[in-house]
Ligand binder design. Structure first.
Ligand code: AMP
Length: 587
């Protein structure tokens, strides 16, 4: 059996490891330490957390540091503040019998002023998270000129969190680097690329089985149409009552709109995007971390570096174009040995992308059926009943009231009580999902349906937070009846064409709110709305049409002139109704 003495490390370090109860080196220590003690050999250690890798780089680092030179010589970069603190703690223990060596942790979310003060004390080892390190470099509070050793710990996690550029920046800005020691649990292609670019003939050591993908993540996808994306998202959330997740969108406008819409419908969600001030951002992140917020919706840029433990789901509202971004997003879940689910809502045309991701990530995607309304209700129902059964009743003074209750309920069976409790909790859910349509795109559905309508009704969640105007969602029975009438062909409606569409950043609800606000009309005058990328068609009671045209036509939206007119008297034809199919002049 190999001993620490046999590895050739300083006696003072051996004394400390002895005290820590380390009898023999672990596999990664045995293989890494002799290589790292040279100080000049680049190194890649593929090892999971828990294999003793902190000592594998910490002990040789302490052995080769020059205690007399009072400037940063070694830089350990790791993904999270927790890991930062843990590494410093272990190094402090290892160097118990050494004098003159200082180590400092610098990470985000803590006072940068205090960290700058610590750095000025002449430390030799700096343990940092990438974001804060870059901040310190930019403030010229840390000098990397003399850094000889750079350790990248949990490199795959850092790349998952979107720190690739920062890491490259750090490697580029350590001109006197004599060796780079990279530790990672997995070996994705991005790490290979970084190592090829910045390391010289690295010696590679593998401990245990190395995966190229995080096997704790289940990759799932749901196929739906573009206009059912939002409802699918809602259904997925409702189908997972205990969800604690991040939803990714491509644009900040989408993040903002979806967040607002879900908030109105009673979900615990907030958005994180580039337009927030640091204070607003910290507030949102604080709430998410505390789990006061169940859901966070973010753009990739805004979510960079977010490190939150216990995320159960990552949801791609749309698939990113870039495979690397998919990896970054999915890497927010399934961490620290926990299981996670990464869900993508996709259009049938996007499915080819999965093949690429599967190949590169060495992971497999599972196609899921979008749950039916009944599935959602069942799931919520049982989740609620589980909560009911596990409610803590040990502290209340229930004995005082129960006898009275027993009297009150003398004629009500247990089943009836349960039904009543369920009705109180689920009435809205049940109603909402009663006639919920199938949102899956089945093979037979692929041809575009002509009567595709917007989502059926308003959200099932808390009513208190809903705003007055709901857009297409929450149509009154009167409006629904009118829609049906419209479909039958005889209507008292005009169809208005307007040159605003989803490309202008509108969702149906926000679009409706906008036209109603502009025209000061009530939702009830509206019928069907058909939104396309650049244009939309609004069905409106004949008597109200002119008021809307007058209010919008010729006005500016984001600097662009709005054009609105009656589609049936010369404007562009639209709508998937039969009326739009009438032959035009010359056809
Ligand atoms: P790490 O992979 O660095 O997070 O280490 C995992 C745990 O193993 C830590 O609690 C270390 O203190 C412990 N450990 C590291 N090296 C040894 C060793 N040679 N013998 C016993 N325990 C160790």
């Amino acid at each position: 059996m190999m001993t620490f003495e046999g590895l050739g490390i300083d006696a003072r370090l051996i004394q400390a490891t002895d005290e820590l109860g380390y009898v023999n080196p672990t596999a990664i220590q045995e293989q890494a330490i002799p290589i790292l003690l040279s100080g000049t050999q680049d190194f890649i250690g593929l090892a999971q957390t828990g294999t003793g890798k902190t000592a594998a780089f910490g002990l040789p680092l302490l052995h080769i540091i020059d205690a007399a030179a009072k400037y940063p010589q070694a830089l350990i970069v790791c993904p999270t503040r927790e890991l930062c603190m843990q590494i410093v703690k272990e190094i402090e223990l290892f160097k118990k019998y050494m004098t003159g060596i200082s180590v400092v942790a610098v990470y985000g979310g803590a006072s940068i002023g205090l960290q700058i003060r610590d750095l000025k004390r002449g430390v030799q080892i700096v343990v940092a998270t990438p974001g804060r390190l870059i901040d310190l470099i930019e403030r010229k509070a840390i000098n990397l000129e003399q850094i000889k050793y750079v350790v990248l710990d949990e490199a795959d996690e850092m790349l998952n969190m979107g720190f690739q550029e920062d890491i490259e920046f750090i490697l580029k800005n350590t001109p006197k680097r004599e060796s780079t020691w990279l530790f990672s649990a997995t070996m994705p292609t991005e790490i290979r690329k970084v190592s090829k670019k910045y390391m010289k003939d690295p010696k590679e050591v593998i401990v245990g089985k190395v995966n190229t993908a995080n096997k704790n993540i289940d990759h799932q996808y749901y196929v739906t149409t573009a206009q059912h994306r939002y409802d699918t998202l809602k259904r997925i959330i409702d189908f997972n009552p205990g969800i604690y997740g991040i939803i990714f969108t491509r644009t900040k406008l989408d993040a903002q709109e979806i967040s607002e819409r879900l908030t109105r419908e009673g979900y615990d969600i907030d958005a994180l995007h580039g337009d927030l001030t640091q204070v607003q951002r910290d507030k949102v992140m604080g709430q998410f971390r505390d789990k006061t917020l169940q859901l966070l919706i973010a753009t990739d840029v805004a979510a960079r570096g977010i490190d939150v433990q216990g995320i159960t789901h990552v949801i791609n509202f749309e698939l990113p174009d870039d495979i690397e971004i998919y990896t970054h997003r999915s890497g927010r879940t399934g961490r620290a040995g926990l299981q996670g689910i990464c869900i993508s809502i996709v259009h049938a045309k996007e499915m080819y992308k999965f093949k690429q991701i599967e190949r590169i990530n060495n992971s497999q995607f599972h196609k899921m059926d979008i749950p039916s309304g009944k599935d959602v209700c069942r799931k919520q129902f049982f989740s609620f009943m589980d909560k009911l059964l596990s409610a803590d009743i040990s502290h209340g003074d229930y004995e005082t009231y129960v006898p009275m209750l027993a009297e009150k309920f003398v004629d009500v069976s247990k089943e009836d009580v349960l039904k009543r409790v369920a009705a109180m909790e689920f009435d809205r859910f049940l109603k909402y999902y009663e006639h919920a349509e199938d949102l899956n795109v089945r093979e037979r559905d692929r041809a575009p349906r002509r009567d595709e309508n917007a989502s059926s009704d308003r959200g099932p969640r808390r009513e208190g937070r809903e705003s007055g105007r709901e857009g297409r969602e929450g149509l009154s029975p009167r409006t629904e009846a009118r829609n049906a009438e419209f479909k039958r062909g005889g209507s008292g409606y005009s169809r208005l064409f307007v040159n605003l569409g989803t490309k202008d950043g509108f969702f149906k609800a926000s679009f409706l709110q906008y036209v109603l606000d502009m025209s000061d009309l009530k939702k009830d005058v509206l019928g069907k709305i058909d939104m396309r990328d650049m244009n939309s068609w609004i069905e409106i009671e004949k008597g109200a049409a002119q008021q809307m045209i007058h209010a919008l036509d010729g006005k500016k939206y984001k600097g662009r002139s709005i054009r609105m007119n009656d589609a049936d008297s010369g404007g562009p034809a639209g709508f998937s109704s039969d009326r739009s199919r009438r032959p035009r002049r010359g056809e």
